[in-house]
Design a protein around this ligand. Structure first.
Ligand code: TEU
Ligand code: CA
Length: 527
């Protein structure tokens, strides 16, 4: 549903919902979610009120990193379905006004991708230069000191051809050489393949890593690293990341999307704000939405959040559209990080900030960390470095009170939460005060008020506990007051007695009363 009056684009006023396809809905009893499963749940997504579904990778893959190791950029893995299933999904999503965003994984392929098989077959292979091959040091050490994001060296020696190849992640994920023009052309054709099929945009995996230092210089040591930090943190990511030339590549990708109408380029970027904002690109011809991950990292208190917002608003380039992410498949879930009560405040924050929100599936039912017994660990990073395992945030969506919460008729690939008999969509829908109904109400409110979806932002007050800000558009002005603490706090004088549009506690909508902000309460107020 376009908000005609605002003149904004769908990816500006819209809400993005991330589906981790293995965990959304299984339809064939193999315990792994699939495309027909997403199809089956489109009505749920439409009723929730989100505008776009970003689906983590569904391409043919040996699944060494659960799809982030792609063996063919132009097909669907049989585990998830077929191209016909995909086309049906896009058509049905579009019929409901939902956009479909694919995950594009350009930094690396699977080691079983035909390009890599060819590349490693001989130093003379026409595709040798499609990947990053180098001789080792004279003493037999790898070409440089780079560390894989998942631990261990970022280089693997290939006996047959006597050289090392670079892999920023698993050794089963060799890095493509984006300095090679043929690689670029092939990857842009893969984008067109999906754009032609009606895909509305891409979330581009580790876009800030695509180009490496031409001389592959050693990274500096990070003097502040301490265990149990991930091993990658031992080095400062300087020569392998955020290189100036990456912006040329991104501009080219963007130009491919711009061959089509109203498509969106979202970049996955973990960088400090000052660097992040450069990914909007020269003349805003880079990523339209460089993912803003501050809410995943900012300390959960009013002053830190206020600072994150203000810094971001200050650093955004003129015309650059903001966005906010509260969770993803790589990070602890919000409920695990801030607790169940503050997770409701977080939901209000996400839905009332200025900028496109991204919701991670399952956060709307308050899924938290699900403990994974050691023998059930799936994530390769969690196997290499147990403290870093991402499985606890990737567990199946819980739909109803039936067996396996309606996710599968078989054995789910990761366990459900212990409380799935109560924490599921059907049960929470029937409970007016549930976190799911809070999400529904907040989304509906955002959709109903231009002030929230596209309006201006102004910080009004912040102290140790309470954050107050204003959103406005035309004559409309709404105020959001969030209590980040677990004790009652008075509302600022100016707000006493104004009418409450919605409370995170779910019990005083549409009333005008003088009650203070209760513990862990957020309010949207209409002065
Ligand atoms: O993640 C990139 C990534 O770098 C994060 O896991 C990162 O290491 C950390 O969260 C921030 O420093 C992407 C995908 O989202 C992830 O699932 C893949 O495993 C990875 O790329 C490799 O494709
Ligand atoms: Ca399945």
């Amino acid at each position: 549903m376009a908000q005609a009056a605002s003149g904004s684009l769908w990816w500006q006023h819209g809400i993005v919902y991330q589906v981790y396809p293995r965990s959304f809905q299984d339809t064939n009893g193999d315990g792994v979610g699939d495309l027909p499963g997403i199809h089956r749940r489109l009505d749920y997504l439409a009723s929730l009120g989100v505008d776009a579904v970003w689906i983590s990778p569904i391409y043919p893959s040996p699944m060494a990193d659960f799809g982030y190791d792609v063996a063919d950029y132009c097909d669907i893995d049989p585990l998830f379905g077929t191209l016909a299933d995909f086309d049906a999904l896009v058509a049905e999503a579009h019929a409901r006004g939902l956009k479909v965003i694919l995950d594009f994984v350009p930094n690396h392929t699977s080691d079983r991708h035909p390009w890599f098989l060819d590349s490693r077959s001989s130093r003379k292979s026409a595709k040798r230069d499609w990947y990053i091959w180098r001789d080792g040091k004279p003493d037999g050490a790898p070409p440089n000191n780079w560390i894989s994001h998942f631990g261990g060296p970022a280089w693997t020696f290939d006996e047959a051809t006597g050289q090392w190849y670079l892999h920023s992640f698993l050794r089963q994920q060799p890095d493509l050489n984006w300095r090679n023009a043929d690689v670029r052309a092939a990857m842009y054709d893969a984008l067109r393949f999906w754009l032609d099929r009606g895909v509305d945009g891409f979330r581009v995996d580790v876009i800030w890593l695509l180009i490496k230092d031409e001389a592959l210089r050693d990274n500096p040591l990070n003097p502040t690293w301490q265990p149990p930090g991930a091993e990658i943190g031992k080095l400062i990511q300087f020569y392998n990341a955020d290189r100036p030339e990456v912006h040329d590549v991104i501009a080219e990708m963007r130009a491919v999307l711009d061959e089509f109408n109203e498509r969106v380029l979202i970049g996955e970027i973990y960088l400090p704000l000052e660097r992040l904002v450069t990914y909007y690109g020269k003349e805003l011809k880079g990523a339209q939405l460089p993912f803003n991950f501050q809410l995943l990292e900012t300390a959960w208190n009013a002053r830190a959040i206020a600072k994150a917002i203000e810094d971001y608003e200050r650093l955004l380039p003129s015309g650059g559209w903001p966005n906010w992410v509260l969770g993803n498949h790589d990070r602890p879930r919000i409920a695990a990080r801030v607790g169940e009560r503050q997770a409701r405040v977080a939901a209000m924050l996400l839905m009332t900030l200025r900028g496109t929100p991204t919701i991670y599936y399952g956060d709307e039912i308050g899924l938290s960390r699900v403990e994974i017994p050691p023998e059930a660990v799936q994530d390769p990073w969690g196997i290499n470095e147990p403290d870093q395992g991402r499985d606890p945030s990737r567990t199946p969506m819980q739909w109803d009170g039936g067996p396996q919460a309606g996710f599968t008729s078989g054995k789910p690939w990761l366990p459900l939460s212990d409380d799935h008999a109560a924490r599921n969509v059907a049960a929470l829908e029937a409970d007016a005060g549930s976190v799911l109904n809070l999400y529904r109400a907040l989304i509906a409110l955002r959709r109903a008020h231009l002030a929230l979806s596209v309006g201006a932002f102004r910080l009004r007050a912040v102290d140790d506990d309470v954050l107050v800000y204003e959103r406005s558009s035309g004559d409309e002005r709404l105020v959001v007051a969030l209590n980040l603490s677990s004790h009652d706090r008075p509302l600022p004088d100016a707000l006493a007695g104004v009418s409450v549009l919605i409370s995170t506690h779910g019990d005083r909508s549409g009333v005008r009363d003088g009650t203070p902000l209760r513990a862990d309460e957020g309010l949207v107020l209409k002065p």
